[in-house]
Design a protein around this ligand. Structure first.
Ligand code: PLP
Length: 412
């Protein structure tokens, strides 16, 4: 399987370059992915041939832009199997999507004394909006513990899920540990308690099949740029009945039906949430990215990443002084590997690996509560995607060994 992925690199012009005299090995895909030529062409062609504002004009370019923009929404709807395009809101990305849920839906359902349940493996985007809501409403933000090997502790989850829990907001896949959470099972538990489930899918949708109806999440958020699409475009899926109860978060042009001197009415879904000129080119680029992923097949992509992880993990385990975070059992994780080298700061690790042409991330990965939980100031992180190969994995291992040698001179 993985061999048939080897040719994908040629679709991504940026990958064909030399960094510090070494061919680039890009392993920072959890931060953002590279864009295939088809996506770059789609964005450029839109500006060359169809650029106009959407929903407003009757001239040919305006109609073309509108039909491409709304056509993109349909491509995305089909990709995540939402029941209707009214449930697919186009946002700036996961952060915006989660803020909209917290600020609009949260306003409607959370009251003083209620609880909002999240976990220690959340990205700041899925922590801070809930902190703000909890403060505003005098609600309590409760954290689910992790197991020893970095999975969500499902016993602790069930203990903390009570009649007081109004909203549960969890990541589908951790951007640090690579852990995949059992969202479908969790949705059942949450709904039995009459709560609502919000899912941060930023690290899931790019890497595995996601069917929002099968998952039964009430809201599901993700970003285009982590799945081959442009930056500044993302999605908030929400169940129609819930979106209808919500007030828009932003007000102005595009989202209104009728404006009088003192009051206004809103358009129907999904447009009532999309105030102002949207990221038209971004939506078009994202739809082309989705089509690129669909041609490969999301099952195949998940399998490819699993094969890469299965290939590289045994090699990493042989390296003395290397700590890998997250579950031992590779069935529970995607292609994200957070690691530390004893005695070398993660930032130095990332800088030294860059000297070998290998791009990895170092820092808290926007997950400071998780770093505290793991008792680490930071970690280095490699994250694999469709265009990475076994040769990249070998180069990754070599770069770790070279980094160790450089800093520790054989001492560790
Ligand atoms: N949630 C997770 C799990 C992420 O990995 C990220 C990005 O790193 C985000 C949320 C935020 O995504 P964005 O910056 O595209 O809004």
């Amino acid at each position: 399987m993985t061999d048939s992925f080897d040719r994908l690199k040629q679709d991504f012009p940026i990958l064909n370059q030399v960094i510090n005299d070494e061919p680039l090995v890009y392993l920072d895909n959890a931060a953002t992915t590279q864009k295939p030529q088809t996506v770059l062409d789609a964005v450029e062609t839109y500006y060359h041939t169809s650029n106009a504002n959407v929903h407003r004009g009757v001239h040919t370019l305006a109609e073309r832009a509108t039909s491409q923009y709304e056509g993109s929404r349909e491509v995305i709807r089909n990709f995540i199997n939402a029941a209707e395009t009214a449930e697919v809101l186009l946002t700036r990305g996961t952060t915006t999507s989660l803020n909209w849920v917290a600020r609009s839906f949260g306003e409607v359902v959370v009251e003083a004394g209620d609880e909002i349940l999240i976990s220690y493996m959340e990205h700041h985007s899925n922590i801070v909006p809930w902190q703000q809501l909890a403060k505003k409403k005098q609600a309590k933000l409760v954290y689910v513990e992790l197991t020893e090997d970095g999975q969500l502790d499902l016993d602790d989850f069930q203990n903390k899920l009570t009649d007081k829990t109004k909203i549960v907001s969890l990541t589908h896949v951790s951007n640090v540990l690579g852990v995949v959470n059992p969202i479908q099972q969790i949705a059942d538990w949450v709904h039995e308690k009459n709560g609502y489930l919000v899912v941060d899918g930023a690290q899931a949708v790019p890497h595995m099949p996601v069917d929002v109806q099968a998952l039964q999440a009430d809201f599901y958020a993700f970003s285009g740029h982590k799945m081959l699409g442009p930056t500044g475009i993302g999605v908030l899926y929400g169940k129609r009945a819930l979106l209808e109860q919500m007030e828009p978060v932003e007000f102005g042009g595009e989202m209104i039906d009728f404006v009088e001197e003192q009051d206004s009415t809103w358009k129907e879904l999904p447009w009532k949430f999309e105030a102002g000129t949207p990221n038209i080119a971004g939506a078009i680029g994202l739809a082309v990215a989705v089509q690129y992923l669909e041609r490969i097949g999301m099952e195949n992509i998940a399998q490819h990443e699993r094969e890469l992880i299965e290939y590289v993990m045994p090699k990493l385990k042989q390296i003395k002084g290397l700590t890998i975070f997250g579950p031992e059992d590779l069935r529970f994780r995607t292609g994200v590997i957070s690691f530390n080298i004893d005695g070398v700061h993660p930032h130095d690790v990332a800088t030294a690996m860059d000297m070998e042409g290998v791009a990895v991330r170092a820092g808290h990965h926007c997950a400071q509560p998780l770093m505290t939980y793991l008792n680490q100031p930071a970690t280095a992180r490699a994250s694999f995607y469709i265009y990475n190969t076994k040769a990249d994995a070998d180069k990754f291992v070599e770069a770790i060994l070279a980094t160790k040698e450089f800093f520790l001179n054989g001492l560790n």
